[in-house]
Design a protein around this ligand. Structure first.
Ligand SMILES: Cc1cc2nc3c(=O)[nH]c(=O)nc-3n(C[C@H](O)[C@H](O)[C@H](O)COP(=O)(O)OP(=O)(O)OC[C@H]3O[C@@H](n4cnc5c(N)ncnc54)[C@H](O)[C@@H]3O)c2cc1C
Length: 517
């Protein structure tokens, strides 16, 4: 999954398809179609979530025919076996070019490219992920994607839909967990009945099944929106990535729990003892990275929140600006109050407040009404947050995180109800009699569970430990609580710096790049 995701959605095919010249499409797309694997190289040891400080440099040659690439890229998924790379590098401002972060298609086996390490992780053991050094690598100017300075835009635009690979993998993982959970929980007997019949396990099974149905609903809806191509699905794809990676992790964790000691045991060890080789712990390990790469959950929340709050900041203008003087603020307040005078009342009543609305969803209609009402409530709460903190709202990451998490749950609820209704309406044509009813049951339970999470998140918007958490974390970071760590033996001490630095130059290491075909 990660191989395909890195290749297909952020590697060469998608950015070339979206931003490439005709010549680039002719050159690279057939190669990819014939099996050339590609990788996407943005991250560096000192550049992670915040890519603006890229240290890899692409220096234009004097005659302008090429760039010379120098730098070291970290965690290059597929980088060990790739034939083609998309490399993000900073072009210095120069005569004839504005410079900035720029994307290049680079031949992975060009002179000066060395894969210095194949990295190893807690999961995804098969991932061909490396450290790649570029030393004076000549990249023809025609290999530049888009214009100089457009690299991040290209990366973010391709990621918009590219992120949907992760929900797809999460859905598949959820389905497998449900299958194993069902089979095992019916088979394993403790205290005279199958463990699945004990309520503590039954609630986990219910969560796993209902959430997996929702995962597929979110994936399907987002993917259909992406395929339709009529709407910017930046937010939907980001919500899908964030929510799916968090939920799939919880599902796999519950599977490990349900499997008891066997959940913690590797498939090889189980097989060696003569039992079925169920890789539950592997799935948990493999899923963990989804919450970190292609935008960590924290960064996804900020990204989505920014989209949501931007409308308010635009409406508030100087009101939200810490630099504006009192007169400017007063003027802005007057202008903003006009906007909000029209906008706020719309948030008080809506279709979800009308008792028999959304009747076409049968017994799910109450959930659809809840989604509609809660969406308005969410907008109102966001507004209150902005009134309270103004421009400082951006720093209230815990508040914004909850706002986004509520949005994600509501999105999942809406997708789930739609999918259940679609399956019901379509069951005869698809030759699946009765599926609609069970889909309704799954959606009903999922929505009931999601509503509890939403209510808890709404409560936590204004009743939380954020302030004391901030204070305590400052104390911790300042070293005031060092006594708490007394007695710790830390095996990592003295093994190396937290972050490697790199110096330009030829590689002194063996090239571990491999050809796979
Ligand atoms: C297996 C694997 C495969 C990968 N594949 C690729 C690849 O193919 N190409 C590629 O370019 N990169 C790849 N990466 C890199 C991956 O995208 C980054 O790890 C990810 O972007 C996070 O960056 P970081 O690890 O530097 O974390 P950091 O940015 O150092 O973040 C550390 C922590 O702080 C949080 N944080 C950071 N900034 C903020 C903020 N402003 N507000 C709140 N919280 C914040 C993060 O969420 C995280 O929890 C891969 C990584 C791994 C482990």
């Amino acid at each position: 999954g990660a191989l395909v995701s890195a290749h297909q959605s952020i590697g060469v095919p998608e950015p070339v398809k979206m931003f490439g010249t005709e010549a680039q499409k002719q050159e690279y797309l057939p190669r990819c179609a014939h099996g050339a694997i590609s990788a996407f190289l943005l991250t560096e040891s000192d550049v992670g979530s915040d890519p603006a400080r890229l240290a890899t440099v692409a220096t234009p040659t004097e005659d302008g025919s090429a760039y010379l690439l120098d730098g070291v890229k970290l965690w290059t998924t597929n980088g060990v076996i790739a034939e083609l790379l998309v490399v993000m590098a900073t072009v210095p401002k120069h005569e004839g070019g504005r410079g900035g972060i720029t994307a290049f298609v680079v031949e992975a086996h060009a002179d000066g490219v060395t894969v210095e390490n194949r990295n190893e992780f807690m999961g995804l053991k098969g991932l061909e992920n490396g450290v790649t050094r570029f030393h004076q690598v000549r990249v023809p100017a025609e290999n530049r994607l888009g214009r100089e300075g457009e690299g991040l835009k290209i990366a973010l635009t391709t990621l918009n839909t590219g992120r949907l690979s992760i929900p797809a993998m999460c859905t598949a993982a959820g389905k497998w967990c449900v299958k194993i959970g069902r089979e095992w929980s019916a088979e394993r007997v403790q205290w005279g009945k199958p463990v699945g019949r004990h309520e503590a396990v039954a609630t986990k099974l219910s969560f796993m099944a209902a959430t997996t149905f929702a995962l597929e609903a979110v994936l399907d809806l987002s993917a259909q929106l992406a395929d339709a191509g009529t709407k910017d699905i930046r937010i939907e794809a980001a919500l899908a990535k964030l929510w799916s990676s968090e939920m799939a992790w919880l599902i796999a964790d519950e599977l490990v729990q349900i499997r008891g000691g066997r959940g913690f045991e590797s498939a090889d060890s189980l097989a060696a003892r003569g039992e079925r080789a169920v890789p539950a712990e592997q799935v948990l390990r493999d899923l963990r990275i989804n919450r970190i790469f292609e935008g960590s959950s924290e960064i996804m929340r900020l990204l989505i929140a920014r989209e949501a709050v931007d409308a308010h900041l635009a409406a508030a203008g100087d009101l939200a600006s810490p630099d504006a003087d009192t007169t400017a603020k007063a003027k802005a307040a007057l202008k903003a109050s006009g906007f909000y005078a029209r906008w706020l009342p719309k948030l008080v009543v809506g279709k979800g407040s009308v008792p028999r609305s959304y009747d076409e969803f049968g017994r799910l209609a109450r959930h659809v009404r809840y989604v509609e009402r809660s969406s308005r409530k969410l907008a109102r709460q966001t507004f209150y947050g902005m009134s309270r903190w103004q421009a400082g709202l951006e720093q209230r990451q815990a508040f914004l995180g909850r706002i986004v998490d509520i949005g994600a749950e509501l999105f999942a609820m809406a997708a789930t109800c739609s999918r259940a209704e679609m399956l019901r309406a379509d069951e005869a044509r698809r030759g699946q009699p009765g599926q609609g009813e069970s889909a309704y049951a799954l959606a009903d339970v999922f929505c009931a569970q999601a509503r509890l999470r939403v209510e808890a998140l709404f409560d936590a918007l204004w009743s939380n430990t954020d302030a004391v958490d901030r204070r305590l974390s400052h104390q911790l970071l300042d070293g005031d609580l060092a006594w708490l760590e007394a007695g710790v033996v830390d095996p990592s001490e003295g093994t190396g710096p937290w972050i490697t630095s790199w110096t330009a130059g030829e590689s002194a290491k063996t090239n571990v790049a491999r050809h796979y075909r």
